[in-house]
Design a protein around this ligand. Structure first.
Ligand code: SAH
Ligand code: DHB
Ligand code: MG
Length: 224
């Protein structure tokens, strides 16, 4: 019942604040037609990421977990002229769908889509000397702790790091729940708790994607 109410409210707000967007709708349709799981951010969440990236004036964005590129399109559209988003995806089949969607959305030239395990690709970004203003972590929740540590290495001081799916229908506080994603989320919070370089909070969310949440924080200067 609650889930239906949350979806109805998302539909109401979406009707007010989201404009008809055939490009984004087509990307979601392509994702479903290709059999990708329906775990893209919701439209209102996608716009939230877009608003946030613009508010920050992000020019260099890192996304971990592309799926079909739905969130990537929202973020790429937030970039100014000359801005760039690097997005990392493990599954070649997902990346292939994403490439088509990004091309169709007219943002492909702003997107550097790399295929592989993020924990293999992140050190490459470091070797290349890449630095980011905004990092969106949304891949395998099992690795959210190391992804946060990598984000802090790759982000400039003052950058924003935001992490999707940190509440998991409240499963994180259920001691009987030993699912790997839930345990990964708890390890993520343990790392965040001991991490002085990330001034962070987390907000629970409800909506079309059920009950979940985002963690968000700012990267601080290393203090001696
Ligand atoms: N950000 C997307 C949704 C991402 S879903 C959106 O909102 O539109 C999570 C994605 O992470 C999936 O496509 C999955 O294949 C990918 N993934 C899983 N494990 C990964 C890994 N080790 N490295 C990189 N990507 C991974
Ligand atoms: C799920 C949702 C997500 O947003 C995601 O990134 C991964 C998995 C899920 O509901 O299973
Ligand atoms: Mg997610």
């Amino acid at each position: 019942m609650a889930d239906e109410d949350w979806s109805a409210v998302d539909a109401y707000i979406g009707g007010k604040l989201l404009h008809d967007d055939p490009t984004l709708a087509a990307a979601l349709a392509e994702n479903r037609a290709a059999g990708l799981p329906g775990i893209d951010v919701s439209p209102l969440q996608g716009k939230f990421l877009h608003v946030l990236a613009r508010a920050i004036g992000a020019r260099r964005i890192l996304e971990i977990g592309t799926l079909g590129g739905y969130s990537t399109i929202w973020l790429a559209r937030a970039l100014p002229q000359g801005g760039r988003i690097v997005t990392l995806e493990f599954a070649p089949a997902h990346a292939e769908v994403a490439r088509k969607n990004l091309e169709a959305a007219g943002v492909a030239e702003k997107v550097d889509l790399r295929v592989g395990a993020a924990l293999d690709l992140l050190p490459v970004l470091q070797t290349e000397g890449q630095s980011f203003d905004f990092v969106f972590i949304d891949a395998d929740k099992e690795n959210n702790a190391p992804y946060l540590e990598w984000a802090l290495k790759l982000a400039r001081v003052g950058a924003t790091v935001i992490v999707d799916n940190v509440v998991r229908k409240g499963a994180i506080v259920d001691p009987a729940n030993e699912r790997s994603d839930v345990q990964g989320t708890r390890r993520f919070f343990d790392v965040a708790a001991g991490q002085k370089r990330w001034v962070a909070t987390a907000l629970q969310t409800v909506g079309a994607k059920g009950w979940d949440g985002f963690a968000i924080g700012i990267v601080e200067e290393t203090t001696p």
